[in-house]
Design a protein. Sequence first.
Length: 171
Amino acid sequence: MLKIKSFLAMFFLGYLPRDNKVYVADKDVNVVSYHLSLGVLEYQTVVLRGEIDEADELLENIDEKDMSKIARFLEQQGYKEKALELSKDNEQKFELAIETLNLKLAEEIALADDTPHKWKKLGDVALSNWNLSLAIEAFKKSKDFQSLLLIYSSVNDIQGLKQLNYLKLLF
């Protein structure tokens, strides 16, 4: 029978700024370290106070590897534009570009990744923002023939409907 340990109390031993690590121990003196960047902590504190300009000055003290963490934090706090600037993760960048309606950046990321899911999402957002040319391009790349049929029939695009019929025959 597998026995699951209950939650153990951990005791704080200290923080070493040189390593950016917090050291804790349990009652059996098993020492565990956790990465905790002082620069990230300072940045988050300043952002929570609402002092974004001051927080920008602290960015130089933060390692590149922690930028994705900072971007996720900014996104959670509602600073999506700033998170988009700092994010290094393409998935997060795509989602933030969609949320902030930066469709040009979202299109660039979709071109680089070229997944049907991203194209479909971009097409939906472009259509809801009346960017028909981008929506049509995105729906073509995601092979979303139903959405293309809806657009072409709504704007009475006979040439598009003929092209759609040809595309459907190919797939």
